[in-house]
Design a protein around this ligand. Structure first.
Ligand SMILES: [Zn+2]
Length: 216
């Protein structure tokens, strides 16, 4: 269920960064980062594809390359600060960014649904340093609210960076509403469905649901 066909990947993944897009697609193709199936994101949302960032994360050279691309498109992420991510595959990207910028990494715990919480797991937040929020895959941005709550003002937050953003327009609205800079490398062309036979092709076909949390 890994999508390794370059042509299909090209149809499923979009990137606003035309110069680096071919290399990003190549990395996704080589590592099998895009999964095809019937994924339950949560109780309300099903998706026909899933971006499993750990496929890149476990390969140090590849995750370093992705981090370098991200710093290129989001220069604000290089500023001195503290990198914050939840205990998901985002850790791979956060640590790679930490290696490149020399900034420390703080990891927060996730809840039973593997959603980020504001409870620190490792590291400490220096009140004098601004924070950079790092994710591997963002849908709308809402799940990052607990991380953003670790600082009391947007002025203390450098911004949000992610490998992928699934609902680009909604995420950009979210970032604007929180007065935050944002940077991401790839977007998705597929639709996220409500779990019903009428709306979700996977449900209509009776395909068993794969809980996305098992792949993140
Ligand atoms: Zn479904």
């Amino acid at each position: 269920m890994q999508v390794r066909d370059a042509r299909r990947l090209e149809q499923l993944i979009v990137s606003p960064h035309t110069a680096i897009a071919p290399r990003l697609l190549e990395i996704m193709c080589e590592t099998g980062t895009l999964l095809e199936g019937h994924f339950g994101l949560d109780a309300r949302r099903h998706a026909p594809y899933f971006i499993r960032f750990s496929q890149i994360g476990w390969k140090p050279a590849k995750v370093d390359e992705v981090a370098a691309c991200l710093l290129e498109v989001a220069p604000f992420a290089s500023a001195p600060g503290t990198i914050v991510c939840a205990e998901t595959s985002a850790i791979f990207l956060a640590r790679a960014l930490g290696r490149k910028t020399g900034n420390p990494v703080v990891v927060t715990a996730v809840d039973a649904n593997r959603q980020p919480t504001a409870t620190l797991r490792t590291g400490t937040l220096d009140p004098e340093r601004p924070m950079l929020v790092v994710s591997d895959v963002i849908t709308t941005g809402r799940s990052l609210l607990p991380l953003l709550s670790l600082k009391s003002s947007p002025k203390e937050i450098l911004g949000i960076v992610s490998f992928a953003v699934l609902s680009a327009s909604r995420f950009e609205r979210f970032a604007r509403a929180h007065r935050l800079q944002s940077g991401w490398l790839i977007g998705a062309t597929w639709q996220i469905h409500s779990p019903s036979e009428r709306e979700c092709p996977g449900c209509a076909a009776g395909t068993p649901i794969l809980p996305a949390s098992e792949f993140s």
